[in-house]
Design a protein around this ligand. Structure first.
Ligand code: PEP
Ligand code: MN
Length: 335
């Protein structure tokens, strides 16, 4: 919709109409008592908005279609669902992903994997390539971490999800993992999103540290537009003025995303709070708000963890969390 200024001349209106037609769009003019509004009707293909905003007499241009097409519920009303071992994302099942922040050693990983599977987790998480704020902090075991994840899958039968930080590593990580995680810091790494779109494995896309919901959906759109429709979104807290917690959990994002998109929506209460004490309450809140799953950090000895120990649950606390979440899921008619 192109909204003309109240003092726009008939010539200026004519010029805009000609420009709309030159773009192959149909014109619908509505003449109000104060101003003219020109509807430009297309088939959803993008047009360069500034070619209209910059014309004389134009007040503003308001898009009617959403900028993310493939990710929107307008395009696909039914939920996207996909399977990953015992988990089905986007259905009535609550998918639980759990494991350590970082893969640290064979014994650590197998110990956590068996404990979280026992407690009811469906998918094992663990970082091999870690996006750390400090270059001096533990960066992950890299290739060795990937091999350990594959071993943990063989031992426990659980599919694994791990973060990939660079486009050139997508093929390699996809050889070892069942699902690729794109972390908050890389949500707008468009080369990485494109490579993940070309990969033939599901993607867990985490919300950027300061990303709006629309920016997150545009990031998902990149993956979908490159041919991969197995994408799950993950709210992991956003940066606000609050310092009492590591991030601020945007619980609102769960129903908002579910209204706007057909993609499954998960919540990560570990990164969204940053402290183990708050993880279970926020996990409960997420499921109560309608989330399709959780990704939770678990470590057998959090005090020895090489990353994110403070927000990691011990296995027994994780088992309690699962039991509480199960009660909420039951109340909502979910599995
Ligand atoms: C993680 O899952 O360990 C992680 C680094 O998460 P985020 O990208 O959300 O910070
Ligand atoms: Mn972490």
């Amino acid at each position: 919709m192109i909204i003309m200024r109240s003092d726009a001349t008939p010539e200026e209106v004519k010029e805009v109409v000609a420009k709309v037609e030159a773009n192959g769009l149909k014109v619908h003019i509505s003449e109000g008592s104060e101003r003219v509004i020109i509807g430009a009707i297309g088939d959803g293909r993008p047009v360069v908005r500034d070619q209209f905003t910059l014309l004389p007499g134009v007040d503003r241009v308001m898009p009617i279609s959403r900028p993310y097409k493939l990710a929107s519920r307008e395009f696909q009303p039914a939920n996207t669902t996909f399977k990953l071992g015992p988990a089905t994302f986007g259905g009535d099942q609550i998918v639980i992903i759990a494991g350590p922040c970082s893969v640290e050693s064979r014994s650590q990983l197998i110990e956590v994997a068996e404990a979280v599977r026992e407690a009811g987790a469906h998918v094992l998480r663990g970082g091999a390539y870690k996006p750390r704020t400090s270059p001096y902090a533990f960066q992950g075991l890299g290739q060795e971490g990937l091999e350990l994840l594959a071993e943990a899958r063989a031992v426990t039968g659980m599919p694994v999800v791990t973060e990939v930080m660079a486009p050139e590593l997508v093929c390699k990580v996809a050889d070892y993992a069942d699902m690729l995680q794109i972390g908050a810091r890389n949500m707008q790494n468009y080369a990485l999103l494109t490579a993940a779109g070309e990969a033939q494995v599901p993607v867990l896309l985490k919300r950027g540290l300061s990303a709006t919901i629309e920016e997150m959906l545009m990031a998902a759109e990149y993956i979908l537009a490159h041919g991969n429709n197995r994408v799950a979104l993950c709210e992991r807290g956003i940066r606000t003025y609050e310092t009492a917690t590591r991030n601020t959990t945007d619980i609102n994002a769960i129903p908002v995303l579910q209204e706007l998109t057909h993609l499954p929506v998960l919540l990560d209460p570990s990164h969204s709070t940053g402290q183990w004490k708050y993880v279970t309450p926020i996990a409960r809140a997420a499921i109560a708000a309608g989330a399709d799953g959780l990704i939770v950090e678990v470590h057998p000895r959090p005090e020895e963890a090489l990353s994110d120990g403070g927000q990691s649950l011990k296995p027994e606390r994780f088992a309690e969390m699962v039991a509480q979440v199960r009660a909420i899921a039951d109340a909502l008619g979910r599995r």
